[in-house]
Design a protein around this ligand. Structure first.
Ligand SMILES: [Fe+2]
Ligand SMILES: [Fe+2]
Length: 173
């Protein structure tokens, strides 16, 4: 007679601890571009638009208030920047409308200072932010096959890069 099979006791398994270098959870990671919808792109463009409106106002104020002989040339340039931000706002407003959205009339934060150098630093922060935003937006337009929008954004990006260079030069950076 065969022996009844011995009851199998579950083997204790050794738990392998997670490596210390485990990547952090990706919860806070930006949304992958391929998940982007047209409505989300319109929302982002409206945020860009609010920043263009704030930039144009900020430049008007800074051009008037900035003082010091070393800032004469850049003062005139700030007015040029302001006019170009206005053109960007018009372009974005039209593009949002073409996409079937409604252009907002919000104005983002405006930064002013009594100190001339600080003003230029504030302007530069805004330009570097704009450059990063438009680089991202160009990729999103490409993804949604909005090639006309992509072209319009590329034209804006070229101007924002010029603005940043003007400010860096005035700040001796
Ligand atoms: Fe702009
Ligand atoms: Fe700009």
């Amino acid at each position: 007679m065969a022996k009844p099979a011995a009851k199998k006791t579950p083997r204790k398994t050794t738990r392998v601890s997670a490596p210390r270098t485990a990547p952090a959870p990706a919860a806070a990671a930006p949304k992958a571009p391929r998940e982007l919808t047209r409505a989300e792109l319109i929302d982002e463009l409206n945020k860009d638009l609010a920043k263009e409106y704030s930039a144009l106002i900020q430049y008007v104020q800074h051009a008037s208030v900035i003082t010091g002989p070393q800032y004469d040339a850049i003062s005139a340039e700030l007015t040029v920047h302001s006019n170009e931000e206005h053109l960007h706002a018009i372009t974005l407003s039209d593009q949002i409308d073409f996409l079937g959205g409604v252009p907002d009339v919000n104005v983002a934060d405006i930064h002013i200072s009594p100190d001339s150098k600080t003003m230029l630093e504030q302007d530069l922060v805004g330009e570097l932010d704009a450059i990063a935003r438009y680089r991202e937006r160009i990729g999103q337009a490409e993804l949604l096959q909005e090639y006309g929008l992509r072209r319009a954004l590329e034209d804006i990006l070229v101007v924002e890069e010029e603005h940043a260079r003007d400010l860096q030069s005035a700040l001796d950076l």
